[in-house]
Design a protein around this ligand. Sequence first.
Ligand SMILES: [Fe+2]
Ligand SMILES: [Fe+2]
Length: 308
Amino acid sequence: MSPREFEEVIAAGQRVEPRDWMPDGYRKTLIRQIAQHAHSEIIGMQPEGHWLTRAPSLRRKAILLAKVQDEAGHGIYLYSAAETLGADRAELTAKLLAREHKYSSIFNYPALSYADVGVIGWLVDGAAICNQVPLCRSSYGPYARAMIRICKEESFHQRQGYELLMQMMRGTDAQRAMVQDAVDRWWWPALMMFGPPDDQSPNTAQSMAWGIKRHTNDELRQRFVDMTVPQGEALGVRFPDPALAWNAQRGCYDFTPPDWAEFTAVINGHGPCNDDRLAARKAAHEGGRWVREAAMAFARRSAEQQTA
Ligand SMILES: [Fe+2]
Ligand SMILES: [Fe+2]
């Protein structure tokens, strides 16, 4: 593919594949975005993973276990998609551990009760769906195809969270209070998941021109609010935003933006759990060293036997 053919493929809404010619900036932007996404899936296993041994019933444990395992799978699809662009997974992990790569700010908040498991499914996976459904039409083939599969699993994640909350809301006053407390804590970080406001997001225009991104951060944030507010009403929870109200003129909800100073602090490593999350990831990586070494030794020996 030539530079002109690349432009034609993008203009026609077709897909760019690994062996096609692509601009350096396109490749670099995609590697950064896909790696950041992969890191988020893997680090994102931690807040809920904490509750696996504390699930209130066998049924809840089986559901949560399946969900957390799905997130590991999402990380693997995405690291594989990044490798089709020439990135090396070990290097991407090293950059994450050295704090040179970022992951979603949301996973730097603690999950304090089992209601958080429900609210994470409902709001965090719900926000992830808003972000990710348009990426199923991303211009880069391997990324788009990975997203199709991931989105199917994300809708299960959102449903299991909502169903857990529905059950808790039908329970005792104490359970309802746990749900409300979790909504109060997760609402603002969930709004931050769409990234900074459009006028502070310098890369958006280029990413949209390349078909890597399909909607701006503010568009997706609005879509999330409009989708989520009626779900909260059906559930019987309040959102911690007195300005949240239906705007008949605009045909969508008005809402207060999250605290962007807090977002910047968390992204720069100063959230409540950044150090814990990276320390746990590092320990897991060290703990898995012998498995990687054994797999490499086995691959080497099999290759030697084949040539012999
Ligand atoms: Fe995921
Ligand atoms: Fe998920």
